[in-house]
Write a protein that binds this ligand. Structure first.
Ligand SMILES: Nc1ncnc2c1ncn2[C@@H]1O[C@H](COP(=O)(O)OP(=O)(O)OP(=O)(O)O)[C@@H](O)[C@H]1O
Length: 234
């Protein structure tokens, strides 16, 4: 589904990401980890054509992401810049729904299905996104990626700023999407959550893929040792 070849991103003369080759299969749930500055957001931004690569390319469904055809089948949320602050969550969902041909009734059912994660009754209809707390703002962005049932969802640190109950709900939601065949790429510093949802772990170190391995029972322990023992190989 996603093929990366010789992908490089430099700022001035500093290479912040260099991946020779990486393929992500349809239905994979990738947990992307790495220290601050390892290149996770850079990689996700290149996948979404938000920044220009210095060299190499990302293809989604065999097409360079620059061609933009992936947009109709990809939900993504990296940060608040994806949102429209002067809309209410409901209005924002209607906006996304229009882009992806989701009718108003389907949007209402989606909001009802997800009311334990985000209280649309209380905040969804009258509060502008700009006035929501950070956690609730992220919830709107995260849910919007799922509204139109895309085949690929890309999330950057979705567990950050969520309360513990919401983290559990999000985890369940991601597991269920994975089980129904959605391809997921999720970056996080929360190793426990990530190892619970992923079938494959990719660890970036200084812009390079240090580890790329199927998830297994001992993965959490191995990753914890990697981060505690100052980044010795897992
Ligand atoms: N616009 C920019 N100009 C210069 N350097 C940048 C720019 N954007 C990112 N970088 C650098 O690229 C490197 C990778 O950053 P990136 O945000 O991808 O890391 P990350 O793994 O997502 O980190 P974190 O866990 O802190 O979110 C960092 O050294 C960062 O300073």
């Amino acid at each position: 589904m996603i093929n990366i070849s010789n992908l490089e991103k430099k700022y001035k003369n500093k290479t912040v990401l260099h991946i020779n080759s990486l393929s992500i299969e349809k239905g994979n749930c990738i947990g992307l980890v790495g220290n601050n500055g390892a290149g996770k957001t850079t990689l996700l931004s290149l996948m979404l054509d938000l920044i220009e690569s210095t060299n190499g390319e990302v293809k989604i469904n065999n097409e360079n992401v620059k061609k933009q055809n992936w947009k109709s089948s990809t939900g993504s949320y990296l940060d608040e810049d994806f949102l429209i602050p002067y809309l209410t969550p409901k209005e924002y969902f209607e906006y996304i729904g229009k882009l992806h041909k989701v009718d108003k009734e389907a949007i209402i059912s989606f909001m009802n299905e997800n009311k334990s994660f985000f209280d649309f009754e209380e905040m969804g209809k009258k509060t502008y996104i700009r006035d929501l707390s950070k956690g609730n703002t992220h919830k709107v962005g995260i849910l919007a990626t799922m509204l139109f049932k895309p085949e690929l969802i890309i999330l950057d640190e979705p567990f950050a700023n969520l309360d513990p109950t919401s983290q559990q709900l999000l985890k369940k939601k991601l597991i269920s999407l994975h089980q129904s065949g959605t391809t997921l790429i999720v970056s996080s510093h929360d190793l426990r959550h990530l190892t619970e949802i992923s079938d494959r772990i990719i660890l970036l170190e200084e812009g390079k893929v240090k580890i790329d391995t199927p998830n297994n029972e001992s993965m959490l322990e191995k990753l914890e040792s990697y981060f505690i023992l100052n980044n010795e190989a897992v």
